[in-house]
Design a protein around this ligand. Structure first.
Ligand code: MIC
Ligand code: SF4
Length: 755
């Protein structure tokens, strides 16, 4: 089935004119990223060139995708916007709330009963407002989007940082907070700072044990978790065209881990094959008709240095399989160096679990290559030393993989087949014994490996690798096993070697599925009632936040000065807390409980300045709120890295924190803070971080003249009576300042609608 073909036709019909207009204003050959950006301006044909990394630009994305854990908040906001229907094609995907425990069938039934209220809410809101609904078990949002909705040259946003996965099909797909999705669904423009462009040239060809995953593991090592911030990464070269479409998706997917706005590849035959195999021959034909618009102008790839802000070249012939981790996805170690690295850093070598899945690596090709390793293990008399779990990416992938015997190969090796869902990737994993917090190692094909992420155990050392490497290392049970060079002893005591993986890019017999899990919305949803029980502990209707009182902020307490890495997992943990994603007050009880307090190096233990006692962060903040006292959160570099979850911004807003002052922000989190009416500030001089003391009373001055490009002033009144002040930066433009003044962007939409 092809969804929204008319919309795709309309986008393609405008492409030529829009790109010509862009060429005129930019006045040089265009990258693919520029073509797609300029083809999606709200203003229509470009009247002027935008400055990369500087200009704020209004875009009109073609579609919106939301997953259940973020859709609840996005839709609670959308319901307040007062529109009868979404303005662009939109979908909801139920994938984050299913715990992996015993296996797909039972686990799914448990989720359906435990999260019934939330699923019913999402289904009825979708039905009412014209949103496509993918029920629990249908698959992981980004696999389902790639299989059904992504199209070359399109632009979409999604309330999940890995929305970028759709770059594998030549889109610009960007992760945002729910408030941004709400704007687009309400028919308003979507604002983004015009990104910088990084070009990555892939020469040579993947071979042997090396997989697309290794490209991005290598890039993450080179660029680090901040290196892509504010940039689109465009891949090209023979190495790009020679890999599969889903492999490209893997690479784009993990662009989120280096902070990139998104990543993309030019349209090529692998994309055409994928479109046809997934039942979208019409889209392939349409794309073929405008091929030259769906990739960069030839001059760009011939002389990339002239057109990109940064160019990196990677030779796939020489690329080795990598393992990234532990605790951060950018700590890249080629497999040949793992033995040494593990010994040096005291990483446990014994591997307890190997997990294949997540939106990053759960395609048919991924399963088939990993299964080729599992099959060899069986044939060569090996068993798995580690436990082994698989989450297929979608029902279509699962059904086809079952038909083709891939799942049987895994279960013959004692693997558990979990639901087509996120599962362990987001901490929805009931891992036996995790509560003992023992030091242990796991390996997975996911994208993130922050502390506690998969199983809640801070002492689980998680390493990220390609699915085929996960299979090989799970079989060996040894993190330092290098299948390229090492042998394993089988049940007869014979040393055997695993051959490099092989697999099918696409199923030879075609994809098949009985019930993909899609439910179309009502044609006219106006009579549908969406009920939210006032006594629910999972859902809560939103009350508008209060507008700014027009004055500088005074007498703020320091809630916490966070030390080191503070991702959205530290600010608003997932796993057990996912169940409160639709209930702002309840989920606020996890606010910043994972952040390390600079002053005592502990988590969830800060000084309550009203009593002098050390208590949990949300508890202290609730007391400040009750006393009518504002507060501020201070953080380090790349604060808010990771997820798009806007709860990380809404919780402090709800509990009365006024400002977040950090050395630097991750893009989505900074926007989320702005959208919710918070002050997101950065140190002009990063060393001023050191001036902030635990008992400070803090003032923020300059708000009465708050304007774009003008610094604000922080005054610290120390407990010893001395005080100091320094300047802080912000990136608010005039419109975003209005959000702050109104108490949040939604208050403005609400006003517009009631007019
Ligand atoms: C994640 O991978 O962290 C998530 C869960 O998919 C998030 C979204 C969320 O927090 O719900 C993301 O990456 O945006
Ligand atoms: Fe789900 Fe994990 Fe992908 Fe996030 S990264 S969407 S939790 S599979």
């Amino acid at each position: 089935m092809v969804f929204d073909l008319e919309m795709i036709k309309a986008v393609y019909a405008k492409m030529d004119e829009r790109i010509q207009a862009a060429r005129k204003v930019v006045n040089k050959p265009l990258t693919l990223s520029e073509k797609i950006l300029y083809a999606h301006l709200t203003e229509g044909n470009a009247a002027k060139a935008y400055e990369r990394g500087k200009s704020y630009v209004d875009f009109a994305p073609d579609r919106v995708a939301m997953q259940d854990a973020t859709a609840q908040m996005a839709l609670l906001q959308f319901m307040q916007a007062g529109r009868p229907k979404v303005a662009v094609p939109s979908t909801v995907h139920c994938d984050h709330l299913i715990t992996a425990k015993v296996g797909a069938e039972k686990d799914l039934a448990v989720a359906n009963s435990e999260s019934k209220e939330v699923y019913n809410f999402l289904a009825s809101v979708s039905n009412k407002y014209g949103i496509g609904f993918w029920k629990p078990g249908a698959g992981i949002i980004h696999q389902v989007v790639l299989e059904n909705y992504a199209f070359p040259g399109g632009m979409m946003i999604g309330t999940d940082s890995h929305t970028v996965n759709a770059g594998g099909l030549g889109m610009l797909a960007i992760g945002v907070g729910g408030a941004d999705a709400c704007d687009v669904m309400a028919g308003l423009p979507w604002e983004l700072k015009f990104p910088k462009l990084i070009g990555i040239k892939l020469t040579g060809k993947l071979n042997g044990w090396t997989a697309p995953k290794d490209v991005i593991l290598k890039v993450a090592g080179l660029l680090t978790v901040k290196g892509g911030t504010g940039a689109i990464i465009e891949y090209f070269g023979e190495g790009a065209t020679s890999m599969s479409c889903t492999g490209k998706g893997t690479i784009c997917n993990m662009g989120a881990e280096i902070g990139a706005t998104t990543s993309t590849f030019g349209y090529d035959e692998s994309m055409e094959r994928y479109l046809r195999a997934t039942g979208r021959a019409e889209v392939a034909d349409l794309a073929n008709g405008i091929k030259s618009h769906l990739t960069a102008d030839p001059e760009v790839y011939a002389n990339p240095e002239l057109y990109f802000d940064q160019v990196i070249e990677i030779d796939l012939n020489a690329l080795m399989p990598h393992l990234n981790g532990p605790f951060t996805p950018d700590l890249a170690t080629p497999i040949s160096e793992m033995k040494e690295a593990a010994a040096k850093n005291d990483w446990p070598l014994k591997v307890e679990w190997g997990l294949i899945g997540s939106c990053t690596n759960s395609s048919y090709e991924d399963l088939s290559r990993a299964a080729s390793i599992a099959k060899q293990a069986i044939e060569k008399g090996l068993t798995t030393k580690a436990e082994f779990g698989i989450n297929p990416g979608s029902e279509q992938v699962r059904y086809t993989a079952e038909r083709d015997g891939l799942l049987k190969t895994f279960t013959d090796l004692n693997a558990s087949i979990f639901t087509n869902a996120c599962g362990p990737c987001i901490g929805m994993w009931d891992r036996v014994g995790a509560e003992k917090a023992e030091k242990n190692t796991i390996i997975h094909s996911f994208n993130r490996n922050f502390a506690k992420r998969a199983d809640g155990n801070p002492n689980t050392f998680a390493f990220v690798a390609s699915p085929e490497m996960v299979a090989a290392i799970a079989i060996a049970g040894d993190l330092s096993f290098n299948p390229v060079t090492d042998t394993l002893i089988n049940k007869d005591g014979v040393a055997v070697k695993l051959d490099p993986p092989s697999g099918d890019e696409l199923p030879v017999k075609g994809f098949a599925v009985e019930d993909a899990g899609y439910i179309a919305p009502a044609a006219d949803g106006s009579a549908i009632e969406v009920a939210v029980s006032p006594t629910s502990d999972r859902l809560q209707l939103l009350d508008p936040f209060a507008a700014w009182n027009g004055q500088d902020l005074d007498n703020l307490k320091l809630l916490i000065k966070a030390k080191g890495k503070c991702t959205t997992d530290h600010i608003s943990m997932a796993g057990p807390w996912l169940k409160y994603r639709g209930h702002l007050d309840n989920i606020s009880n996890n606010m910043l409980i994972g952040a390390v307090n600079f002053f005592n190096e502990k988590t969830d233990c800060v000084k309550n300045q009203l009593t002098g006692e050390y208590q949990s962060v949300p508890k202290v903040q609730r007391q400040y709120k009750a006393a009518g006292i504002g507060s501020i959160v201070v953080g380090d570099e790349n604060y808010g890295e990771g997820s798009s979850r806007e709860h990380a911004a809404m919780e402090p807003r709800h509990l009365g924190v006024n400002a977040v002052l950090v050395k630097s922000f991750a893009r989505i989190h900074e926007t989320n803070l702005k959208k919710q009416g918070m002050l997101a500030l950065t140190f002009v001089n990063k060393d001023d971080y050191n001036k902030i003391l635990e008992d400070d009373q803090i003032q923020i001055k300059g708000l009465t003249h708050f304007s774009a490009g003008k610094t604000l002033t922080i005054v610290l009144n120390h407990a010893n009576g001395s005080s100091e002040e320094f300047e802080v930066n912000h990136t608010y433009n005039e419109q975003q300042i209005e959000w702050f003044k109104a108490g949040g962007a939604l208050n403005i939409i609400r006003k517009q609608v009631s007019k």
